[in-house]
Design a protein around this ligand. Structure first.
Ligand code: ARG
Ligand code: ZN
Length: 869
């Protein structure tokens, strides 16, 4: 059934305290909960008490104020248990349930990961543990006692501080108390045989906080980076937001079976191993950076999410958009701000824009949903972060900080809305942000068309901005948005022209469908740089000439805009080739070769940025900007241009490759990561030449490197080359070397799943039978199935339709096991409208087949029904 934002009502009953007692057992865990409840004075007095509880709960007993209730005292329907007895203003509700963690393959609620107990309660997992008013605006103080066999589960963890413990011959128990009221989605417990890395952090006010990161003993050597990242995050949040940590202990636990990246449970974060473990030998630089940013993200949630939480799930972006913005700024401070901005915009422009253009398009604050898990999306997270960034841009650093101070102060301990967040920004800035709030409620990617005109006689230059948003499912009418546009004008010498504010750039606020901006007193036609820093999440259309793009690539100082000029230059060329089917080998335009040559010559000034500048737009981005996605033409065009760029500048690539080499031992710092990144970009271009000389180079790098970044880059370069025998050998050698490292094996699987050579589907099917594969583990499913369907475009979209059939088969199978993961895997099939008629028909047939396969989860049903509407 569909849930609507407009139907929100306050909870009828509030929970003051919760006492939980778990007798942990793999197949029969007994959960006792005692809730001190009271009627909410703000709710209507005749509402009955409703508790949520999943079908899988076995209800053993229910009592009120010590009196057992007969089963006639409640109605249990779907996920709701409604009490039909008269209740006092305050009372104690006791509930005993039995659950089976081992049978829990959905990985929501309490489940087993490699033999250890763990939980995932966001968004609605707590109702798989016990009956409870499981909604984020019901906040309570939790006390949790865990009882388990002391040999099998020597470590027992929950939220807050340990306050008591004891043991007998076989079992032991620990009681944890979390003094901060919280919604049930932030509850967590862990029990298992775990090792831990420990450290201490002294907060700005001088309190000592114990930091612990738990993992299986074999991974104890992979926790240092997460620990460093945690301490850096804690310091950063004090410095930049004035936020201090509030408990005496902060724990992170790494688990191998996890649906998402990580979870910010109060005082006890639970992480996918892929987002916490890192070691130079087994982990690439990209993964090191991901660990750093996910650790920061979950830590920042302690304030933006936990101390101040969401009133209802429609407000999810209140915590996620804001927290993503916070983690983006943190990484920008730790490394290169321009590089991080390019990465964030790339994700937004490819994946979020594609989501906006698909059947699941929704506003950052959705109006309705069937299954909230389907709304942990790029729109809520990434576009949500762009909204917060725009507020930051409009208000400026210092007012924005005043706004967040007010927000944390005013709403500490509350469950609030995105309107409450914006209200704080309005209060400190005295601005009216009513129109701005449309960013939360209006779905779709706005389009901004720019037309300019230069009047040489008058020396006036005018820019006309026209904004529009195409209709999205369920939202046909669109209104103008409040768009901050950062603008600079350049003269022909490459100097910025001071604008009317006396500055080198100006922030325009476009609020109407059409706005014209005029600059006077010019001596020549300027070159505009529009949307510097990607100041708003829009699609910009301005008819740049190739010369203008090359000019901006040379002179623009804004890192994002400079990079984008280079990308757009490449997009031009690629699009022209795509129109011709992609395989043509006509000569490369001089502008491109000249531009790439200059980039290569200056690359060592900023290797991280150079690596991005030298990388062609991805297939995903080229697809997103196509009207009809021509999978093969995109693939071949990109591939051909890469090879031609490799040929045209072969000596430059090789010189730079050698220059970026190093005899030093591995260090995971920014400058070393940048160097390796550029070096590997060079290697991949060189390998495009199909030359045995460069194969030897890659083999040497593979054999000699002391770190996964270089080893894996060499392996990838060879696997994607024409040297199939060498590739096979190298893959086998890699497997032998790393078969006991689960995360490394994910990479090994994913690399092969993405290999575009013919016959990919049968290779993928063989991977599913390989001993390192495990169909119960979401990381493995993603590594093989998701990688094949999203990255191996030429094979997934093969015209025999077998790729589509394969995915449909997997969804049907997986939906019974893990609906959340099944629903996510479905994405590529839902985008059928973007392809040619033949593929559309094939994709729709498979969607139809899934629909007809029988009983579907709400997760998969929602996505399917919206895709076929
Ligand atoms: N709050 C977590 C994070 O962004 C994500 C949890 C997602 N859980 C889910 N069931 N979809 O850090
Ligand atoms: Zn989050």
């Amino acid at each position: 059934s569909v849930i609507y934002l407009k139907d929100y009502t306050v909870p009828a009953f509030l929970v003051e305290t919760v006492d939980l007692r778990f007798e942990l057992d793999a197949t029969a865990t007994c959960v006792e909960s005692v809730l001190r409840m009271r009627r909410n004075p703000q709710a209507s007095p005749d509402e009955s008490l409703c508790l949520f509880g999943h079908d899988s709960l076995e209800l053993l007993s229910l009592s009120i104020d010590g009196v057992d209730l007969p089963s006639s005292a409640w109605l249990r329907q779907d996920e709701v248990l409604r009490l039909t007895v008269q209740l006092n203003e305050t009372f104690e509700l006791r509930c005993v349930t039995k659950i089976n963690p081992e049978a829990n393959t959905a990985l929501e609620g309490l489940y087993l990961s490699d033999g250890m107990f763990c939980t995932q309660c966001e968004a609605e997992g707590f109702r798989r543990i016990t009956f409870y008013p499981d909604r984020p605006d019901v906040m309570a103080v939790f006390t949790t006692t865990l009882i388990a066999n002391k040999n099998e589960y020597p470590i027992l963890l929950s939220n807050g501080n340990p306050v008591a413990q004891g043991s007998d011959e076989t079992n032991h128990w620990v009681t944890w108390q979390d003094p901060f009221p919280k919604p049930a989605y932030l509850f967590a417990l862990v029990a298992g045989d775990l090792s831990c890395a420990e450290d201490t952090f002294i907060t700005q006010s001088g309190r000592a906080v114990k930091l612990q990161i738990y993992a299986e003993a074999k991974d104890l050597d992979k926790l240092g980076h997460a620990m460093e990242s945690l301490k850096q995050s804690m310091r950063w949040d004090e410095r930049v937001y004035g936020r201090e940590y509030d408990l005496d202990i902060y724990m992170i636990v790494a688990v191998d079976f996890f649906n998402m990246g990580a979870m910010e449970n109060k005082g006890l974060n639970i992480f996918n191993t892929s987002c916490v473990l890192a070691h130079p030998r087994t982990t690439t630089d990209a993964a090191f950076q991901r660990v750093e940013s996910v650790v920061a993200h979950e830590y920042f949630h302690n304030w933006s999410g936990n101390r101040v939480t969401c009133r209802d799930w429609f407000q999810l972006s209140l915590k996620e958009g804001f927290t993503v913005f916070r983690d983006q700024c943190f990484s920008a401070d730790m490394h290169s701000a321009a590089v991080r901005r390019v990465e964030d915009v790339t994700l937004l422009r490819t994946a979020q824009f594609a989501e906006d253009a698909g059947p699941m398009s929704h506003p950052v604050r959705p109006e309705s949903f069937i299954e909230i898990s389907n709304f942990y999306t790029l729109t809520v997270y990434e576009k949500g972060a762009e909204i917060v960034r725009m507020l930051h841009t409009l208000l400026g650093e210092s007012l924005f900080r005043k706004g967040t101070d007010l927000y944390f102060d005013r709403h500490d301990g509350q469950a609030v809305t995105t309107d409450d967040f914006v209200a704080c920004m309005e209060a400190v800035s005295q601005r009216d942000l009513t129109q701005f709030k449309r960013w939360y409620s209006q779905a779709g990617t706005p389009r901004l068309d720019v037309i300019d005109d230069y009047d040489a006689d008058q020396g006036t230059y005018s820019l006309r901005f026209i904004q529009s948003t195409p209709p999205t499912p369920g939202q046909t009418e669109k209104y103008p948005l409040h768009i901050p546009l950062n603008l600079a004008l350049f003269d022909s010498n490459g100097e910025v022209i001071p604008l009317s504010n006396g500055q080198s750039s100006q922030l325009l606020e476009l609020t109407n469908e059409e706005t014209t901006f005029v600059v006077e007193g010019l001596h020549e036609q300027p070159i505009p740089s529009l949307l510097r820093g990607f100041s708003a999440p829009v699609k910009l259309f301005y008819p740049y000439t190739e010369e203008q793009l090359s000019f901006l690539l040379t002179y623009e100082m804004d890192g994002f805009s400079r990079w984008d000029a280079g990308q757009q230059l490449a997009v031009r060329l690629l699009q022209a080739r795509i129109l011709k089917g992609g395989k043509v080998e006509e000569e490369l335009p001089k502008t491109i070769v000249a531009a790439w040559k200059v980039l290569l010559e200056n690359a060592s000034d900023d290797p991280a940025m150079a690596s991005l500048l030298l990388t062609l737009p991805t297939e995903a981005y080229l697809s997103e900007i196509s009207s009809v996605i021509d999978v093969d033409a995109i693939f071949h065009a990109r591939r051909t241009v890469r090879r031609q760029l490799a040929q045209a500048l072969e000596t430059q690539w090789l010189t730079l490759y050698n220059e970026m080499g190093s005899e030093e031992r591995y260090r995971p710092d920014s400058s070393e990561m940048a160097r390796r990144s550029l070096k590997n970009t060079c290697l991949s271009y060189l390998m495009a030449l199909d030359s045995p000389t460069y194969l030897a180079l890659a083999e040497q790098q593979f054999a000699e490197s002391d770190n996964m970044t270089e080893q894996f880059a060499a392996l990838s370069a060879v696997v994607y080359s024409v040297f199939t025998d060498s590739a096979r050998e190298m893959l086998d050698e890699f497997l032998n070397q790393w078969q006991h490292e689960s995360l490394v094996m994910n990479q090994w699987l994913a690399l092969q799943a993405a290999d575009p050579k013919a016959g990919a589907l049968s290779r993928v099917k063989a991977l599913l039978e390989h001993p390192v594969y495990d169909s119960r583990n979401p990381n493995k499913l993603r590594a093989v199935i998701s990688t094949f369907c999203n990255q191996n475009t030429v094979n997934f979209h093969g015209l025999d339709g077998e790729g589509y059939r394969f995915l449909a088969d997997k969804i049907i199978e997986l939906d019974k096991q893990n609906p959340q993961v099944a629903s996510r895997l479905l994405t590529p099939l839902t985008r059928w409208k973007r392809y040619d008629d033949q593929r559309q028909a094939l994709m729709k047939a498979q969607l139809q087949r899934i629909i007809e396969s029988g009983d579907l989860s709400g997760d998969v049903y929602e996505v399917l029904s919206k895709s076929m509407a």
